[in-house]
Design a protein around this ligand. Structure first.
Ligand code: MN
Length: 189
């Protein structure tokens, strides 16, 4: 089974990298963790798949989106917020208080992928204004084996993955900002 694929993106700040299209091909939904930079970007992304989004700190007081959103895809609960305190105690506390399978966030413009308890924290990085030198976005795959997330460079020759995490290997951080994972396999695009 190929599984259900979900596109993860954040901090687009008014510009959609064209390599989001091949990366997000075949996704069931796209989730945006804020600092969108204009509703027209959501309309463009919605030509790929239905979009759910929140507002970031630069999206303005009158944004149509809330600051927090909890949704579900294929039985997987996903909580979306723009900012997450990455201190170890704060991450664990947030994992306990939210209880979601996945917490999707952004704001730092740096990819982050870490398991805390039953919650997988994912920052796909910025698709437009990376602070690591590489614009990135993520793919969540939900299948009978569980969840896996890959974070991809947005560039010709997709998919090049930066980080991969599967729930079968709890308790370790696979990759932090700017660090490349080794091994694993990239999902079909
Ligand atoms: Mn931002």
């Amino acid at each position: 089974m190929a599984g259900v694929r979900v596109g993860l993106v954040s901090d687009t700040h008014g510009y959609l990298d064209r390599w989001l299209w091949p990366l997000f091909g075949g996704v069931e939904r796209i989730l945006h963790a804020g600092d969108i930079g204009g509703y027209h970007l959501v309309r463009e992304l919605a030509t790929i798949a239905p979009v759910e989004a929140i507002r970031g700190n630069t999206d303005g007081f009158h944004s149509r989106y809330g600051e927090l959103l909890t949704t579900a895809v294929a039985g997987t609960s996903i909580h979306i917020r723009h900012k997450v305190d990455l201190g170890p105690a704060a991450l664990s506390a947030l994992a306990r208080s939210i209880g979601a399978d996945v917490v999707l966030f952004g704001h730092s413009h740096r990819p982050f992928l870490e398991q805390r308890g039953r919650t997988l924290f994912v920052n796909p990085g910025s698709a437009t204004k990376s602070r690591t030198g590489t614009n990135t976005a993520g793919i969540l795959v939900i299948d009978e084996a569980g969840l896996s997330v890959t974070i991809h460079e947005l560039r010709e020759g997709l998919p090049v993955y930066l980080a991969q995490r599967a729930l079968e290997e709890p308790g370790t951080t696979i990759a932090r900002a700017g660090e490349r994972a080794s091994g694993g396999q990239s999902p079909a695009v």
